[in-house]
Ligand binder design. Structure first.
Ligand code: TYD
Length: 137
């Protein structure tokens, strides 16, 4: 699966903590857009899509949440519960985000500007798109 956990260095001292996300060190793409999601109640699920070209890094900069990742063959769930932990999500990955703690803030770094046409929002279309891009699946 085209995903990876990113461990950020925490420059912590007696003044507090500072975490850096820098291109080519922790982030493998130039960031053209950021957005953040918060105030999500614990019974709500978000996401339910994949992207054609977009690359992203998710960081729970406060609180915790879970991300279910699916490449059409297998699924795994990642807990993001630390601002020093990032989740890179590459190509051909369906994602669902859930179990937000009350105080959760999900920061998303994105490689492209917003484009609705880059979204695949139906799971069956996602499976079809994988068959086209990855033969023998
Ligand atoms: P949506 O894709 O439903 O969020 P999620 O993937 O977390 O379930 O996005 C919610 C709304 O915000 C939708 O109307 C599209 C809009 N939006 C933008 O205008 N720009 C953006 O960069 C993003 C991520 C969403």
């Amino acid at each position: 699966m085209d995903t990876q956990i990113i461990q950020f260095q925490n420059h912590a001292d007696d003044r507090g903590s500072l975490i850096v996300a820098e291109y080519e060190k922790e982030i493998p793409f130039l960031v053209k857009r950021i957005y953040y999601i918060y105030d999500v109640s614990d019974d709500k699920h978000r996401g339910f899509h994949s992207h054609k070209d977009l690359l992203q890094v998710y960081i729970a900069i406060h609180g915790s949440l879970k991300v279910m990742l699916d490449d059409g063959k297998k699924q795994e769930t990642v807990l993001l519960d630390n601002p020093a932990k990032g989740l890179y999500i590459g190509h051909n990955v369906w994602r669902e985000i859930f179990d937000f703690s009350k105080d959760a803030v999900l920061l998303v770094l994105a490689s492209e500007k917003f484009s609705e046409s880059d979204y695949i929002r139906k799971y069956n279309d996602f499976l079809e798109s994988i068959k086209k891009t990855i033969p023998n699946t």
